[in-house]
Design a protein around this ligand. Structure first.
Ligand code: B12
Length: 219
């Protein structure tokens, strides 16, 4: 029985690597039927698969079209897991605006972070990809948000995070800012003056809780 689950995790990772959407969906449903927790399906099946895709892409073994097919397969599984992971949006934990910064279209990691934050009771407003500073600020004001979350996957777009941080500080806006994405480090976050950095979705939840406390203390 344990073997079955382990075997299914490895088949799921393989299905993501090969970009087999129907198999990815079928294996996700099979694991759920077995009673596997959605978060484990994410951590032990989908993420290891996408990690291999990343390595093969970096090493020029596969190219953009294959990566897109893998991303599509992963997203179809995430669509099944999302309602199971996400609780209601109406809890009092606070509101977070999240987006991938200007020039960047990578959204898988951002979507996972948004999903995990929702599952911890935060209201998350996702402003999507290629998000400019105005979009972050306008949405934050409309939603009465406490935290801005920015994602960047490219070394050429991570600098835009500083544009947003600088604008928030110059305009003396109260928002706490957290950043993440593969090229981002704690050191970079500190350097641009962000309030927090998280390496993955689990750490992002802990960081959001911490920043929400800091926001309350400051206001
Ligand atoms: C999938 C992918 C794509 C897909 C994106 C599909 C999509 N809808 O997202 C496609 C094919 C479109 C793509 C395009 C490109 N890509 Co690309 N892509 C990747 C790949 C393989 C995986 C990214 C991913 O989804 N990882 C899985 C998720 C779960 O991980 P994650 O994003 O890191 O997120 C986690 C954490 O970082 C964190 N996190 C993320 N966001 C946030 C936000 C907050 C607030 C917090 C707290 C935490 C947090 O939590 C997440 C969950 O644990 C990476 C390789 C890699 N190693 O990252 C390359 C990679 C990022 N891409 C790369 C490149 C070069 C490109 C292109 C320029 C290629 C091209 N020539 O066109 C374009 C750029 C397009 C653009 N303008 O953005 C390079 C970047 C190199 C660099 N130094 O900048 C990489 C590193 C590959 C490589 N090694 O060469 N790509």
């Amino acid at each position: 029985m344990e073997n079955t689950e382990k075997e299914l995790f490895s088949q799921l990772a393989q299905a993501v690597i090969e970009g087999k959407q129907e198999i990815t969906v079928a294996l996700t449903n099979e694991l759920l039927t077995l009673g596997t927790e959605p978060k484990r399906i994410l951590d032990e099946g989908l993420m290891p698969g996408m990690e291999v895709v990343g390595i093969r892409f970096r090493d020029n073994i596969i190219f953009v079209p294959q990566v897109l097919i893998s991303a599509r397969a992963m997203k179809s599984s995430l669509a099944i897991l999302e309602p199971l992971l996400s609780k209601s949006d109406i809890s009092g934990a606070g509101t977070i605006i999240i987006g991938t910064v200007k020039g960047d279209i990578h959204d898988i990691g951002k979507n996972i972070v948004a999903m995990m934050l929702r599952s911890s009771g935060f209201k998350v407003v996702d402003i999507g990809i290629d998000a400019k500073v105005e979009k972050f600020l306008l949405t934050a004001e409309q939603e009465g948000a406490q935290i801005l979350g920015m994602s960047a996957l490219l070394t050429t777009t991570m600098g835009y995070m500083k544009t947003v941080v600088t604008r928030v500080r110059d305009d003396k806006l109260p928002y706490k800012i957290m950043v993440g994405g593969a090229p981002i480090s704690r050191q970079f976050a500190e350097q641009i003056g962000a309030d927090g950095y998280a390496r993955n979705a689990t750490e992002a939840v802990a960081m959001a809780k911490k920043l929400m406390e800091e926001f309350k203390t400051a206001s």
